[in-house]
Design a protein around this ligand. Structure first.
Ligand SMILES: Nc1ncnc2c1ncn2[C@@H]1O[C@H](COP(=O)(O)OP(=O)(O)OP(=O)(O)O)[C@@H](O)[C@H]1O
Length: 190
């Protein structure tokens, strides 16, 4: 049994995963007592441990080797077995074992114009912007998560459109962590 939950922050590129993870970690470190949450950036793992088979020029993205990537993720998560507290930052839930993750937060940006502007400002090609817009409109990440984590309350969708959503979402996640700790008899653990 972990003493802190593992949380996967998922969603279409540009919905605000990294920004939200940073805010969660910041709030957690300032909490009293502080919560020892740790950021697990899957983007960094893909690049640093070469969990890819090359670069797709068309879609301007690395072609992820999911098996290798999940081996690396499991090493990280297993290292913290009995400890937990990973805030995992990745666009997808594919490949993750359900037992590794206690809560999946899918960030959503329903305001398509806002997401379009965020993606375009990164210099993405039209095709890549469109692919990501379609994924967001059809709720692809959310559907995938709900298929795997079928226990009630394990997948939550949070709106990430305006700047104030970031803080509100981070506060909700930190509050959820506190509740999880109480429920699992970890109430006084920092
Ligand atoms: N809710 C929001 N309100 C205002 N700006 C936001 C919001 N969410 C994200 N942004 C802005 O959008 C940009 C992308 O955010 P961020 O890098 O956190 O997204 P991401 O989901 O982690 O993307 P990727 O999957 O490509 O890593 C940043 O400039 C961030 O400041």
């Amino acid at each position: 049994m972990r003493s802190l939950p593992n949380i996967l922050i998922a969603g279409t590129p540009g919905v605000g995963k990294t920004t939200t993870c940073n805010e969660i970690l910041s709030l957690a470190s300032q909490a009293s007592p502080p919560l020892n949450l740790k950021h697990l950036s899957i983007n960094d793992i893909v690049k640093e441990r070469t969990c890819h088979t090359g670069y797709d020029e068309e879609l301007q993205t690395l072609i992820v080797d999911e098996d290798k990537l999940m081996d690396e993720v499991e090493k990280e998560i297993a290292d913290g077995e009995g400890e937990g507290g990973w805030v995992i930052d990745w666009h997808s839930t594919a490949g993750f074992a359900v037992r590794w993750v206690d809560l999946v937060v899918v960030l959503r940006c329903e305001e398509t114009k806002v997401l379009f502007d965020r993606l375009s400002s990164r210099g993405y090609k039209d095709e890549k912007v469109q692919e990501n817009m379609d994924a967001e409109i059809f709720g692809v990440v959310s559907e995938e998560a709900k298929e795997a984590w079928d226990e009630e309350g394990q997948v939550v969708e949070l709106r990430s459109v305006a700047a104030e959503d970031i803080e509100e979402n981070a506060e909700r996640v930190v509050a959820w962590v506190r509740n999880w700790m109480k429920y699992h008899g970890q109430g006084s653990t920092g």
